[in-house]
Design a protein around this ligand. Structure first.
Ligand code: MN
Length: 535
């Protein structure tokens, strides 16, 4: 078992070659960092990639020596399952459960189906693998007893074909089918449940020790003493938050009516919410021009779009000059590149935050394709849910990562992250084609007419939002309505939750929900995917 780290490093060459580390999301592997365990470990991961398979991995000499077993290991000694010897994996992968981004090698979902320790049957298991026959006694949660992996040949592509079998021992169970034991030994969840709400993502472009990314960590808001200082300010004053000093005004002005019987929401409370969620919201705003929807007289008054950053705005705010602005058009935009900038915008009366779909360095290349389920006066919430579920089925079928959010008004939007390159015309055309295909299932719910009056109260799937300088409301932005309902990311499974409402979470409820569920849009930030051709 004693080999040098250099040997383990060499063993990972195949793993590295299969993955483009400038683009993908599994770890590059640092065998030096992995300390040998007392008893060697094994793991079996149920991995739904292009095809379902089980990855059987043994800890040998600081790496995970691995086989893909399409039908999975079994305790039935009468069955021999085909196994394919695949490249060694870094040891850090041993407890990985979560998602690998679509479009990358192994893209899909992974659960830790079984895990434990093992006893090699040979003094030098690496040599046994090289010689084509490995004996292993497994001590797992599901798998116990003596297993054998034996090489039978090579396929035409040079891939090593093996068989995996269980010996006749006291753990043998005839007819034992791994698919009848589908839950993770780590979390108790199935692959479907992990895919619907993953905790982690594997970033193979990063060193192995950093590759398993927590998806639900909620970035911290301001320090408690900073929030306390806001509470203690008189009606106006200077507030130091996130390292910046902001000049705040009208702090006790009621900006939103309360929902139901609750008290109105003051500007002070709105700014406190904004500061609390600014670090969380930042990745959806940073690098993008911000169109501010301002309601300086409060949410009940008529709002207006304000795009031009005033020239008196503080120096430290990031600005972007739109080189294509015509005379008389907004030219200088605010770019929310730090949490304090969002608090500044909120104090300026921007109750709603709309970041551009493209980044300022390439304004003609969107980073999302957006689906806007826009209800008409005759559209019920149940109709909106039907349309959202049909899109969910479409995205499952297309194997595209996409996430829904309620708008805080009556609708649902679906955000689809894309690798930049296509134009807005491309994404608009793709979304139109998808939405028309989905819409053909329920033509009675939809209108494709432009004018609101021509739509007979029906919903519209508004693909035209995929255009430069057209925006949808940012995640976690409040909307101008009583209770300040927030545009909240949701899990796909929540579409089946009878308590889900499009405007059910106001800014007073949102922080607790975020603390419980984490940022459900976070997986979108690491996705690298292209829109596939449709039909
Ligand atoms: Mn696999």
């Amino acid at each position: 078992m004693a080999r040098t780290p250099a040997t383990a490093d060499e063993k990972l060459t195949g793993y590295r070659r299969k993955r483009d580390f400038s683009r993908t999301s599994e770890p590059a592997g640092d065998p030096v960092a992995s300390a040998p365990a007392a008893a060697p470990r094994f793991v079996v991961q149920r991995h739904r990639a292009r095809r379902l398979h089980y990855d059987v991995r043994f800890e040998i000499d600081g790496v995970l020596v691995s086989w893909a077993v399409p039908k999975g290991p079994t305790l039935d000694p009468g069955i021999r399952h085909a196994a394919f010897h695949v490249e060694d994996h870094p040891i850090e992968y041993i407890d990985f459960e979560g998602v690998i981004p679509a479009g990358e090698y192994g893209g899909g979902d992974v659960i830790v189906w079984d895990a434990g320790t093992w006893e090699p049957g040979e003094p030098d298991p690496a040599a046994a693998v090289a010689a084509g026959e490995l004996h292993a006694v497994l001590h797992g949660a599901k798998l116990h007893g003596q297993f054998v992996l034996v090489r039978t040949g090579q396929d035409s592509g040079g891939k090593e074909q093996w068989l995996m079998l269980h010996k006749h021992d006291e753990y043998a169970v005839s007819g034992w089918d791994p698919e009848e034991h589908p839950r993770s030994v780590l979390s108790g969840r199935t692959n479907d449940e992990v895919l619907a709400d993953p905790d982690r993502m594997w970033r193979s472009d990063l060193p192995a020790g950093e590759a398993s990314i927590a998806l639900k960590q909620v970035p911290q808001g301001p320090a408690p003493d900073e929030l306390a200082a806001l509470a203690e300010l008189p009606g106006s004053g200077r507030w130091r938050v996130f390292g910046r000093e902001l000049k705040l005004t009208n702090l006790d002005k009621a900006l939103f009516e309360g929902s139901a019987d609750s008290a109105p929401i003051t500007k002070r409370e709105f700014l406190a919410y904004t500061a609390q969620i600014a670090p969380l919201t930042l990745p959806y705003l940073a690098g993008r021009a911000l169109n501010m929807h301002r309601f300086p007289q409060g949410a009940a008054s008529k709002g207006f779009w304000h795009k031009e950053l005033p020239d008196w705005a503080p120096e430290w705010l990031t600005r972007w000059e739109n080189p294509e602005a015509d005379p008389g058009e907004s030219r200088t935009y605010l770019v929310v590149d730090e949490p304090a900038a969002l608090v500044w915008a909120a104090n300026f009366g921007a109750l709603e935050w709309h970041a551009w779909t493209s980044l300022t360095d390439r304004p003609h290349q969107p980073s999302y394709a957006l689906i806007d389920i826009d209800p008409g006066p005759g559209t019920s919430w149940q109709d909106v849910l039907v349309l959202a579920r049909l899109h969910r089925i479409a995205f499952e079928h297309l194997k595209l990562l996409a996430r829904p959010k309620v708008t805080g008004r009556r609708g649902i939007q679906i955000w689809v992250p894309i690798t930049r390159g296509p134009s807005f015309a491309d994404t608009r055309q793709w979304v139109e084609q998808l939405s028309r295909t989905v819409g053909a299932v329920v033509p009675e719910l939809l209108s494709w007419k432009w004018g609101v009056r021509d739509r007979a109260g029906k919903a519209r799937l508004d693909y035209t939002q995929n255009a430069i300088n057209k925006t949808l409301v940012a995640p976690y932005s409040p909307r101008p309505a009583p209770g300040a309902p927030v545009s909240m990311p949701i899990g796909w499974e929540e579409l089946d939750d009878p308590t889900l409402r499009p405007d059910g979470l106001g800014l007073r409820e949102a922080p607790r929900r975020i603390a419980e569920r984490g940022d459900l849009f976070r997986p979108l930030l690491n996705a690298r995917q292209a829109l596939p051709p449709l039909g």
